[in-house]
Design a binder for this molecule. Structure first.
Ligand code: ADP
Ligand code: MG
Length: 339
């Protein structure tokens, strides 16, 4: 007799949830990205106990229609993608329709939402993936998510979470990435009873950098930009004297999405070669915009890693663009290689 069995749906869902939701910061990322996709101009984030007890995200975006509310929490249900054809042309941060389902599977969620089409909003509670009845609620146009007791039904996962302070740190890092990628968004962040950030919309990345990394570093930034065969690279690199002992000051965004890419990190280090002391790592805030067919963001559920069709080309472009900036700024004259 055979030994292979299809897993029960509940197990499948929990496994899937585990891929998207690793810790409170993962929930924060998904909720903030959804708010941005919804066209929000103002987003408020609040957490209790590093997000372990509560994560609350309120936005003034388009809202979710009452009849869509239960669907939003179904796995693979999305308003952002209709056919496979579009998969390689996504302009939104989300498109997999997995996040809300995953979050609701492992927590207690309350979602209140209203679109401009109705006077009355709708509220849905969903616990461990099980939705309750939809109720009327008040409130402005937009959406509020409250995610409580993350991993309450998966105690092993819950026990893997770190201290409140550590989790709050991960949340703050996620908030930083979003804030840097979207300077025109009004963003607030409260942790417990403290307001950590209240960021008015600004026109440039530089002002946001100043908030998180200080004026001195922001003032040292050098503008870099190039466009080669439709690949647009732009942003700032910091003066070599502002380098750090870790890669914590390196932010790369592809299509407005924070990504990690070892190869491009290496290209950046190469560009700074001879300008930094041993063990120092450059600080940079770079955006890449490229034709959809040049990059695949659908590599991993959290989309933090992407695949470039021709990574060598982008490597070369980044290296040359940053090098060129150093050569044409007076910094090069002042900072010769420590031989
Ligand atoms: P995805 O973002 O990949 O579409 P999600 O599970 O994150 O999948 O969200 C499912 C759907 O719920 C979205 O496609 C969107 O229609 C709706 N939605 C989620 N969050 C919001 C929000 N803050 N405002 C408006 N609609 C939202
Ligand atoms: Mg989403």
């Amino acid at each position: 007799m055979g030994v292979i069995r299809e897993l029960p749906t509940s197990v499948v869902n929990q496994i899937a949830a585990g891929e998207v939701v690793e810790r409170p910061a993962s929930v924060v990322k998904e909720l903030l990205e959804n708010a941005i996709d919804a066209g929000a101009t103002r987003v408020e984030l609040a957490v209790e106990r590093g997000g372990k007890d509560l994560i609350r995200v309120a936005d003034d975006g388009c809202g979710i229609a009452r009849e869509d509310l239960p669907l939003a929490f179904r796995p693979h249900a999305t308003s952002k993608l209709r056919e496979a054809e579009q998969l390689h042309h996504v302009r939104t941060l989300g498109f997999r329709g997995e996040a809300l389902a995953a979050i609701a599977e492992v927590s207690r969620v309350r979602c209140q939402s209203r679109t401009a089409a109705t006077e009355v909003g709708a509220e849905l509670l969903i616990e461990g993936g099980v939705p309750a009845e939809i109720r009327d609620c008040g409130g402005p146009v937009g959406t509020v998510f409250e995610v409580r007791n993350l991993f309450f039904n998966t105690p092993v996962r819950r026990s893997f979470l770190k201290s409140d302070t550590t989790e709050a740190g991960h949340v703050a890092e996620m908030f930083t990435r979003i804030a840097l990628a979207h300077p025109t968004l009004h963003l607030t962040f409260r942790s417990g009873s403290k307001t950590l950030y209240d960021l008015p919309p600004v026109t440039g990345l530089k002002d946001r950098v100043a908030v998180f990394f200080g004026r001195e570093l922001a003032e040292s930034l050098l503008w870099v930009e190039s466009e080669v065969d439709g690949i647009h690279l732009w942003g700032y690199v910091a003066h070599p004297s502002q380098s750090r002992s870790s890669a914590k000051g390196q932010y790369l965004f592809v299509g407005g999405r924070y990504v990690r890419d070892r190869s491009l990190g290496h290209a950046l280090s190469e560009a700074y070669r001879g300008l930094l002391m041993v063990g120092r790592v450059p600080v940079a805030f770079l955006h890449l915009e490229l034709p959809p067919e040049e990059v695949d963001v659908n590599v991993h559920p959290t989309k933090v890693e992407v695949r470039f069709r021709d990574s060598q080309r982008i490597y070369g472009q980044l290296l040359r663009t940053v090098r060129q900036t150093f050569l044409t700024s007076d910094l090069h004259g002042r900072l010769q290689a420590p031989s």
